[in-house]
Write a new protein. Structure first.
Length: 101
């Protein structure tokens, strides 16, 4: 099945503790049906000090389920994704505005 959300897409979180937050997808994990989004679903990770690194507490973006994300259209609102053929190419389009992504 074709991917509705891809790396680099601007998305909005629909449910969970980060509901309403917006960000850009940095990585998609299709086998787990999850994605990593900038600034969303952050967790604190503790690192041990070594000769090369300082160590301490660092925030890290954790994976979030794809079903909890929705693509943002040009107006900044959540939209569903559809597919259509334009010539010989299959393209994604925003269902709210109808324009190709």
């Amino acid at each position: 099945m074709a991917a509705k959300l891809r790396k680099g897409d601007s998305v909005v979180v629909l449910t969970g503790k980060d509901k309403g937050k917006k960000g850009e997808i940095t990585q998609v994990l299709p086998s787990e049906n999850k994605a990593i989004v900038d600034g969303v679903n952050m967790a604190i990770r503790h690192t041990k000090q070594s000769a090369t690194s300082q160590g301490g507490r660092t925030p890290k973006a954790m994976p979030i389920d794809l079903s909890n994300l929705s693509l943002m259209d040009k107006n900044g609102k959540a939209t569903r994704v559809g597919f259509r053929m334009e010539g010989d190419k299959k393209v994604r389009f925003a269902k709210t505005t109808g324009e190709a992504i």
